[in-house]
Design a protein. Structure first.
Lengths: 298, 263
């Protein structure tokens, strides 16, 4: 009975959405893309007109743009470059600005976008990461932040350490939402406290020297909400908490949790609805206690 | 914000970078205590003018009874913490990239307003100190006379433009404190869950409304003071105070006192 009713309502939902799009669906629509040919080059806008099809997402729009490779003015151009992989909001690689807001391109549905803004769909690369080409950005800093806070459980050793401690269902429920982070970078892009760091390799600089210089530049700037949340995830884990103090040290180092300005955009844009501000506040509390402990116990 | 000329040696960091966490936490704390606490006391003292010039004068007398210690207290607990809070605040604002246009969420609007009101309050406080505090006298300000509290304040706040600027300045400072309290609670980890943050925001709104009413009430109260009447009251209180302090001898008592005239 219940299943039937559910099925019915889902069917109705699909039917009404299809009807709505059939009523208003245009023959074609315009896509404005902010392109950039290479790192450090000037960016420029380019318009493409794409024939409308039902149930498109931004990835399928980019596939059409690549297939046509012709601008609105009829000029033949190189296809727009973009990053994507899983197409189901799990891999975190297709983050871009769609109509000025950071989100995953794979779950940005054209019908909805045209409902909000019928004139055109605007695509831009993320603004807080160095552009590699067109919509492809270098998200290395997302992962550097995870390295800074040691967002892992240290279990490497030369012998079998046996099974880990048990985790209660309550703890699992608390931790699971944090574990769904896909490192997409939306929280960093929308954060007004998170600013772009772009380090370019100098002439004659070795790869090692360049990487050290780049990591130093990353490390003195804000971690981002995802890394703070991951630090809290692993500090709550019975084995992960063995290096809890090292994570707190990283959280209170330069560019750490103190950079947060509580604008709370991170939690508003997170595609996985991770309670990032709860993690930040918990990290703030842990940092407060840790700082007191460190000051008075040493 | 591109950083392309950083030192390769990661150990080579400045004092400010190494103590960033401590500095930002002290900045956060200073905003509440003593700067925020001072704002509360200041606005409530001013609001006492609504009970009449004599009540306000007695509050001011209480503060000024500190005598030569008053500037020490002012600098230690008000000006220096405020300068520290403002200096770090300016650095924080300069490092941020407000984006309410793209992300018009309530939290983001409050974040942006926190910065805007901070800057307005900073400029307002400088102007306010120049206009009314004794330190402003060499620069043509310093209009407030602690012995004639209500009357001098009433005269200074009489022009409509001054009153409007004060209303903006006071409300900015109040918003900055009320929202800053909420933000401080997240920063220090006092409220951590979204539900607790919502409850805390009600607390913040209540504090903001109460302080805003006290601020606007004082402003209106000062402007409604009958200057001539207030001067008379303040004159009487001044005499009484000097009497108590033994600095003056009452007129009526001068003649009958034996030996006082040397006769």
């Amino acid at each position: 009975m219940i299943r039937l009713a559910d099925g019915q309502s889902v069917k109705n939902g699909v039917a009404s959405a299809a009807e709505a799009s059939a009523k208003k669906s245009p023959a074609s629509f315009r896509v404005r893309v902010l392109r950039q040919d290479a790192p450090g080059r000037e960016s420029y806008w380019e318009c493409h007109v794409i024939p409308y099809e039902a149930n498109m997402n931004v990835i399928s729009v980019l596939q059409r743009i690549a297939a046509l490779s012709t601008t609105e003015g009829g000029r033949s151009v190189a296809p727009v470059a973009w990053d994507c992989n899983c197409l189901e909001e799990v891999c975190g690689s297709c983050t871009m600005l769609v109509n000025g807001r950071t989100r995953m391109a794979c779950t940005a549905l054209v019908d909805r976008l045209l409902d909000e803004q019928p004139e055109e769909i605007v695509l831009e690369p993320m603004s807080k990461f160095p552009v590699v080409r067109d919509l492809v950005v270098d998200r290395r800093r997302v992962f550097r932040s995870l390295e800074r806070v040691k967002a892992w459980v240290p279990i490497d050793g030369s012998y079998d350490q046996g099974p880990g401690p048990r985790i209660s269902p309550e703890e699992q429920e608390d931790a699971y939402p944090l574990a769904t982070c896909i490192s997409c970078g939306c929280c960093m892009e929308a954060c007004p406290q998170f600013t772009k760091v772009e380090v370019t390799r100098l002439a004659g600089e070795s790869q090692e020297a360049f990487e050290a210089r780049r990591n130093d530049a990353f490390d003195k700037n804000f971690l981002g909400a995802h890394a703070i949340s991951q630090a809290m995830l692993f500090n709550a884990h019975p084995t992960g908490k063995m290096i809890a103090d090292e994570r707190l040290e990283a959280l209170t180092d330069r560019g750490g949790i103190q950079m947060c300005g509580n604008a709370q955009n991170c939690v508003a844009v997170c595609p996985k609805s991770i309670p990032l501000t709860r993690s930040i506040a918990r990290a703030g509390r842990a940092a407060t206690l840790w700082a007191i402990r460190r000051f008075f116990d040493r | 914000m591109s950083s392309s000329s950083q030192s390769v040696d990661a150990g080579d960091t400045s004092f400010l970078e190494r103590h960033q966490f401590l500095i930002y936490r002290l900045f956060s704390l200073a905003g509440l205590v003593p700067v925020g606490a001072f704002l509360v006391v200041h606005l409530l003292t001013n609001a006492s003018v609504l009970a009449g010039p004599e009540v306000f004068q007695s509050r001011v007398d209480m503060i000024h009874s500190l005598g030569p210690l008053l500037p020490v207290v002012e600098w230690l607990f008000i000006f220096l913490p405020m300068i520290f809070h403002a200096a770090v605040g300016v650095a924080i604002i300069a490092g941020g990239l407000p984006n309410v246009g793209s992300y018009p969420y309530s939290g983001n609007i409050r974040y942006t307003l926190q910065r805007v009101t901070g800057m307005i309050a900073f400029v307002f406080i400088l102007g306010h100190i120049w206009q009314l505090h004794a330190m402003g006298k060499p620069l043509g300000g310093g209009a407030f006379d602690p012995h004639h509290a209500a009357s001098t304040a009433a005269v200074a706040l009489q022009p409509m433009l001054v009153a409007v600027l004060y209303a903006i300045g006071v409300l900015s400072a109040v918003y900055h404190l009320a929202n800053g309290m909420w933000s401080l609670g997240v920063t220090w980890g006092i409220w951590t869950s979204p539900a607790a943050m919502r409850r805390a925001s009600w607390l913040s709104i209540a504090v903001g409304v109460a302080l805003g009413a006290a601020g606007l009430g004082s402003l209106a109260g000062m402007r409604m003071v009958d200057v001539d009447e207030a001067k008379l009251i303040e004159g009487r209180m001044s005499e009484a105070r000097e009497l108590l302090e033994g600095k003056a001898v009452p007129q009526a008592a001068v003649v009958p006192t034996e030996g006082s005239q040397g006769e």
